[in-house]
Ligand binder design. Structure first.
Ligand code: F0G
Length: 351
């Protein structure tokens, strides 16, 4: 068998790239679609987790970035730029390093998880911290790319969406059909747009018969799509989705309406509950934003909006190691216990 070639070559003809372009890949995609027995028991549904933390830089962003950086390299420009709550910048930094391009990232000061910053640093990105939120960063990145020879690799660049839609293909390829429901965390709204494009494409081509209902979940303090208007001071522990004015607003609303889906909000408390449940009961360590899809599943299954018996996929978007600080917070009881070499068994109550 051949090694997985990354999403561009795994789905020939489905992702447009320039003629003769050299593909820049780190082997992204082909992530686990993991049955979730505990969540299935709690909800009475068949629940699967699409574990996107298993991508090369630890988030789903790699699917779009392989395409964006492949295009950027082919364009002949030497530099790329993005705004980010952390994962896009980590991914852009890695793929730019691979391609030999310069990468600049604009991040909100003090509001990005340490693991993500570490990635951007080590991959050699130019990191600019902005005294503002993600929305301010994106505006600056757009302006810079409009005025200077540098490629914008945020998901407002349509080739990013074309890459990210492959997660929907992979789910259908494994299940043999589309799920009935798909739950996602929603921030800038690129990913829900991409999944819906992927599901629609497979259905239009007759690869699958149906499309899922798209359920998008936002953190209660950063829920513009639920409120129906931008939020000027978004706030949530889930820093990845701390966004008040999603760039893909219109496309996300279309995904909801065409799929008979919904947007709903979940509190930080419920996000952290789902975050801990995933780790303790399913063995899956995600970053807080990723648990938003699962918090949303639990909420909508409990009130019947997702009926028992349904097949549900929850995307968990990023790896838990991205944000070790949140994992250790409030967990004093599991802080390492100092132990003498002779006292290990006693400390564990083994006899
Ligand atoms: N989950 C994680 C872990 C993310 O990093 C993001 C977005 C989302 C969910 C939401 O996806 O924006 O397509 O609706 N992170 C972006 C970033 C904004 O800069 O890394 P979305």
């Amino acid at each position: 068998t051949q090694a997985w070639p990354g999403i561009i070559e795994a789905y020939p003809g489905r992702i447009p790239i320039p003629d003769g372009a050299k593909v820049v890949t780190l082997g992204e995609g082909n992530t686990p679609l993991l049955p979730a027995p505990h969540l299935s028991e709690l909800t009475g549904c068949s629940v699967y987790l699409k574990v996107e933390g298993a991508n090369p830089t630890g988030s789903f962003k790699d699917r779009g970035m392989t395409v964006a950086i492949t295009h950027a390299l082919a364009s002949g420009l030497q530099a790329v730029i993005c705004a980010s709550t952390g994962n896009t910048s980590a991914s852009a930094a890695a793929y730019a390093a691979r391609a030999g391009l310069t990468c600049a990232v604009l991040v909100p000061q003090g509001k990005i998880a340490m693991g993500k910053l570490a990635q951007a640093v080590l991959h050699g990105a130019r990191i600019l911290q902005v005294d503002g939120n993600f929305d301010d960063c994106l505006e600056l990145a757009r302006k810079t790319a409009a005025d200077y020879p540098v490629t914008l690799v945020n998901s407002v660049n349509p080739v990013r969406i074309a890459g990210q839609k492959t997660a929907a293909f992979e789910i259908c390829d494994v299940l043999g059909e589309a799920p009935e429901f798909h739950c996602l965390p929603v921030g800038n709204a690129g990913n829900i747009t991409a999944y819906w494009a992927g599901y629609r494409e497979y259905a239009n081509d007759g690869v699958v018969k149906n499309t899922p209902r798209m359920f998008g979940f936002q953190a209660a303090g950063a829920a513009p799509l639920v409120l129906g208007e931008p939020v000027t001071e978004p706030d949530t522990i889930a820093t990845a989705i701390r966004i008040g004015s999603p760039a893909s607003w219109t496309a996300a609303v279309k995904a909801r309406d065409e799929s008979d889906g919904l947007f709903d909000a979940v509190t930080d408390e419920k996000i952290l509950e789902a975050y801990r449940l995933l780790a303790r009961k399913e063995g899956v360590f995600v970053e807080p934003a990723s648990a938003t899809s699962v918090a949303g599943l639990l909420r909508t299954a409990a009130d019947g909006r997702i009926p028992a018996g349904s097949t549900v996929v929850c995307t968990v978007t990023g790896h838990g190691l991205k944000d070790p600080a949140t994992a250790l917070e409030g967990n004093v009881e599991v802080e390492p216990l100092a132990v003498d070499p002779g006292a290990v068994a006693a400390a564990l109550d083994l006899r």
